[in-house]
Design a binder for this molecule. Structure first.
Ligand code: SF4
Length: 345
């Protein structure tokens, strides 16, 4: 089977060049074809000699995976279903918003974190995506050359596939890669402590933490990994870093009717995040099958938001995008499900 060139760093491409007796400058040319020109065929890399192209194409493939299916929401959000090397399909979601086009990218097939409100968690863990598979999502959506931002909020826990996610971020931000500013990238996590620490120390990308309940014991009811990485300790870890400059930390707070939407919860959240430069994104819970909780009514979410803002904790209600095509937060399952009553394809 041919190996993937996609996902290789400049140093790794240099190794390929050396091993195949290509001139040293070929590595940069390869990076340009892969990450700037989105080349889908080694034989089209016309500034490499014909002989070298043929030698390369015998061993390597480029281009990554093309989507098996694209589903379009009535709000313009697009969900892409991609195959994966491990065999379990994964999804990426493109969210248009005025002049922005954000790609919500997957880092794993399934997830081992088991959050009870999440469709991806229900699948269980099927495999880590490779660096190439993560980058492939960027290069194979129809809006590939229009993407302005990326959020690692698709399927999987990004910090549980830390090496590949870090390598993908390097490709996205390096001059020889996509040359994006790290400010265009947000990594979302439930707070896996050891890689989180490394991420905070080494990366300049934004961080989003899935908080959902400020009380350790209550959070455990919906998020089993709370036991290993209590949210109170996660927040203390984050406090050691500076978010007063260009780098941002935000806290995601999905609101479940009667579980985490009371005045007591708002006050707990205010206490927990006091003095930290951050913002809270309130998200209406998107119902999934066989989970008994309902979304908090909009009026109650607004009261919750106002209480946080009054206490100086910047808080906004995140607009739901792609709910009709099961592309909204917590709904990705890799099964191309769609809510009935709408067909935006
Ligand atoms: S919410 Fe995130 S971490 Fe939790 S199960 Fe779903 S994908 Fe995994």
């Amino acid at each position: 089977m041919k190996k993937w060139l996609l996902g290789k760093s400049l140093d790794e491409l240099k190794e390929v060049a050396v091993n195949m007796s290509l001139p040293a400058f070929s590595a940069k040319q390869l990076a340009e074809w892969l990450y700037k020109k989105n080349c889908k065929d080694v034989l089209q890399m016309t500034n490499l000699s014909k002989v070298n192209r043929e030698v390369l194409s015998e061993q390597f493939t480029v281009g990554g995976f093309t989507p098996e299916k694209v589903t379009i929401s009535s709000d313009g959000t697009k969900k892409y279903l991609f195959p994966s090397i491990c065999g379990t399909p994964v999804e990426a979601v493109m969210i248009p918003d005025d002049d922005r086009a954000t790609l919500c990218v997957s880092s794993q097939a399934g997830c081992k974190m088991g959050c009870k409100f999440c469709m991806t968690g229900r699948i269980g863990f099927k495999g880590n995506l490779t660096t190439g598979e993560i980058i492939s999502q960027f290069l194979n959506v129809e809006e590939s050359d229009k993407l302005t931002n990326a959020v690692f909020m698709g399927m999987g826990e990004p910090l549980d596939n830390f090496k590949a996610v870090t390598e993908a971020i390097e490709i996205l931000t390096a001059d020889w890669g996509f040359a994006w500013s790290p400010k265009r990238i947000t990594v979302s996590s439930i707070g896996v402590h050891q890689p989180l620490m490394e991420f905070l120390e080494k990366s300049k990308c934004h961080l989003a933490i899935s908080l959902h309940n400020p009380f350790d014991q209550e959070r455990l009811e919906f998020m089993p990994m709370q036991k290993a990485w209590p949210i109170s300790e996660t927040v203390e870890m984050i406090r050691r870093f500076d978010f007063t400059g260009q780098r941002r930390v935000s806290f995601e707070y999905i609101m479940f009717d009667g579980w985490n939407d009371s005045k007591r919860h708002a006050d707990g959240l205010i206490r927990m995040l006091k003095g930290l430069e951050c913002r809270v994104n309130l998200i209406r819970f998107h119902q999934i099958p066989d989970f008994p909780f309902r979304p908090t009514p909009v009026g109650k979410i607004e009261l919750f938001r106002d209480r946080l803002n009054k206490a100086g904790l910047i808080s906004t209600i995140r607009a739901s995008r792609g709910e009709d095509i099961m592309a909204a937060c917590g709904m990705l399952s890799g099964k191309n499900l769609k809510l009935s009553g709408n067909n935006g394809e």
